[in-house]
Ligand binder design. Structure first.
Ligand code: HSE
Length: 418
């Protein structure tokens, strides 16, 4: 049996990640992977590698029978999908870092892997240096995965850290994240939560067998967070983080969302600063486990790409165990969330959509409330992301439907109405 396959690589992209990978490969001769060609879009740019390595012709890589691995680390999701699907069809294994492409084409990519029998690995596409996909895929292959709570976007975490702990303003912090190579070329993808929700879609597939398009998952970014919100967090000894969360409910379905959240000072995620990412997994019998590492940047991302390349030597493939070997879980809308909402204008807050409101702070410069609202109301409506309104989840925000029904029944009983 062939155990250590000789790898000949065609690389697409020589930006922050591509160049990082080039350097990392040079420092890992034991891998015995030959980088044969690099396809780039801008030949006029100066590159820190021999000129004969580069081409602008994608066919030179995709049609070369001696290249058996395509590594794709480009920025354009549509072009990436064409490259990845052609490579798989041409019998090559693929390593990709394109989270947007994977999230948007997950169904087609699953089919292509089945049809071609080739391997598509993308550990670097979520949480960069943290081996979260392979852990979800290999370790938690049972029904005991209760919840995952994670910081999956390095740029927003970097911006929040720099703003609220080091006093930079939003623009300065974002520019720094861009200069350090953490941010997407369109930073709106980071700031408004698109990058995080893209990553969350395929992490949900590996965790729970859920196949959801990014737009099916409730999400927002950090664009509406105000200085007043950070002051509330400080007063409560909490921090604000952009948290991706998935939690199994009593009916077996899964609640999943990506929203800013107040995090208690002793929560594992409070420890995650700057461009680091963190993943807290709760599973039966094991209680909590915490994974921590750099979630963005040239070498941390390249190190995950390298690990995927290395796994191809022994023909590693994702089996998508939760999808194909277990009964896949479904997403639920039957839950409530305890939320903090700060606002300028009370008239823009539809109070009737809340199940109940627990706190009113109308005297503060920045007014806010804390209340419980049906998940479905947030999914249907947009008031909470508009008009300078900021919605932040409270710690442990999920309230199950059954608990609400019990509470309602109890209050009716107390009122003598039943
Ligand atoms: N822009 C991404 C982030 C890069 O900040 O997390 C890593 O996926």
């Amino acid at each position: 049996m062939e155990t250590h396959k000789q790898l000949t690589i065609g690389l697409f992209g020589f930006g922050v990640v591509g160049e990082g990978l080039y350097k990392v490969l040079q420092q890992t001769p034991s891998l015995k992977a030959e980088l044969k060609k690099v396809c780039i879009r801008h030949p006029e740019k100066k590159r820190n590698a021999p000129a004969e390595l580069f081409t602008t012709s994608k066919e030179e890589l995709l049609e070369d029978p001696s290249i058996n691995v395509i590594v794709e680390v480009i920025d354009d999701a549509d072009a990436a999908f064409t490259i990845v699907s052609t490579a798989l069809r041409n019998g090559k294994d693929v390593v990709s870092a394109s989270k947007k492409m994977i999230a948007e084409h997950l169904e087609a990519l699953l089919q292509l892997q089945q049809e071609t029998g080739r391997s598509l690995l993308y550990e670097s596409a979520a949480c960069a240096s943290i081996p979260v996909i392979r852990n979800l895929e290999e370790y938690y292959d049972n029904d005991l995965l209760h919840s995952i709570k994670a910081i999956v976007n390095g740029s927003t975490n970097f911006i929040l850290t720099k703003m609220f702990e080091e006093g930079l303003d939003f623009k300065q912090a974002l520019i720094l994240a861009q200069q350090l190579g953490f941010a997407e070329s369109n930073p709106k993808l980071d700031v408004e939560g698109y990058d995080a929700v893209n990553k969350w879609t395929f992490l949900l597939t590996h965790a729970y067998g859920i196949k959801a398009a990014p737009e099916e998952i409730l999400f927002n970014g950090i664009q509406n967070i105000q200085a007043g919100d950070a002051a509330v967090a400080r007063a409560r000894n909490q921090q604000i983080k952009l948290v991706a969360q998935a939690q199994k409910l009593q009916d077996g379905k899964v609640a999943a969302f990506v929203l800013p959240q107040f995090v208690n000072h002793d929560d594992h995620l409070a420890f995650v600063k700057n461009e680091y990412n963190g993943v807290v997994i709760e599973s039966g019998f094991a209680d909590k486990q915490f994974f921590y590492g750099k979630g963005a940047g040239s070498f941390p991302t390249a190190s995950a790409v390298l690990s995927d390349i290395s796994a191809l030597r022994y023909q590693y493939k994702y089996e998508y165990k939760k999808l194909y070997h277990h009964t896949p879980h479904e997403l639920s809308n039957d839950l409530y969330l305890r939320v903090y909402v700060s606002f300028d204008n009370l008239d823009l807050i539809p109070r009737d959509q809340f199940a109940w409101i627990e706190e009113w702070h109308a005297q503060e410069e920045r007014k806010y409330l804390v209340g419980v609202i049906a998940f479905g109301e947030l999914k249907k409506n947009n008031w909470w992301r508009e008009g300078n309104t900021s919605l932040i989840l409270t710690p442990n925000p999920v309230i199950e439907d059954v608990e609400i029904r019990k509470l309602k029944k109890r209050s009716l009983e107390l009122a003598g109405l039943v």
